[in-house]
Ligand binder design. Sequence first.
Ligand SMILES: [Zn+2]
Length: 263
Amino acid sequence: MPVVCYPSHTLPPAFLPDLSDASVDDQVIVPARDAAAFRLRAGQAFRIQSIGGPQVGDLNLFNARDLTERFYSGKTRALHGTHVSTGDRLWSSFPSLRPMATVIEDSLAWYGIDADGASVHDVIGTRCDPYTNRLLTGADYHHCCHSNLTRALAAEIGRDLHEAEMLVHDVLNVFMCTGFMRDSGQYFMKASPVRPGDSITFLAEIDLLGVLSACPGGDCGSEHSSDTAACFPLQVDILTLPASALNGWAPPSVSSYDRSHGA
Ligand SMILES: [Zn+2]
């Protein structure tokens, strides 16, 4: 009998604030086949919205005060499953291991898990990148999400491309519709159900630097790592919540493990 590896019922409950009186304080447009950075404070929220046409986004998140603390897609997957939706958290890397952001609204929650075993917003993919593309096709393509994230991060933090590249990490595949082939277990993608107006909204649990790439795969219904697919921009709104909406919420502490490792 299968047993859930990480039963999550002992996690502190997610805080889901009322957004009805939130105001949009800033807006960032991520151009198609490119990436853009945004910052927000703990207790603010950010909303990623589809505009123009079906489009998948690759999201990196950093602690804005310490770039070594970043989104840990593998542990997020281990705790919440292959895809995230309302109430799930995006966890940070060791030694902090704390929620960086919480999904507080998801207009695609209705999609659930389809007949192919696919769902949306996955933490199973990596990010499309020029190294794997060269490995598999022998060709070079410079607008993979990995490169888009690298360029946007380098510009945002004022470091060179090679330094910034080492900080780019596996992503939350926003709006991407994915699963595993039943016969081979291989990662698959299919056209995202996202349409203009759809969005996913996150509460920032800590001060965040986010970088979002509008994947060259567009809706990722056919291929990525090329200029073939129809691609569209994505919009990121930074939302400020009234203090009353945050009653009962507090930023999470870093892990209390003492890091002695038994030595
Ligand atoms: Zn991509």
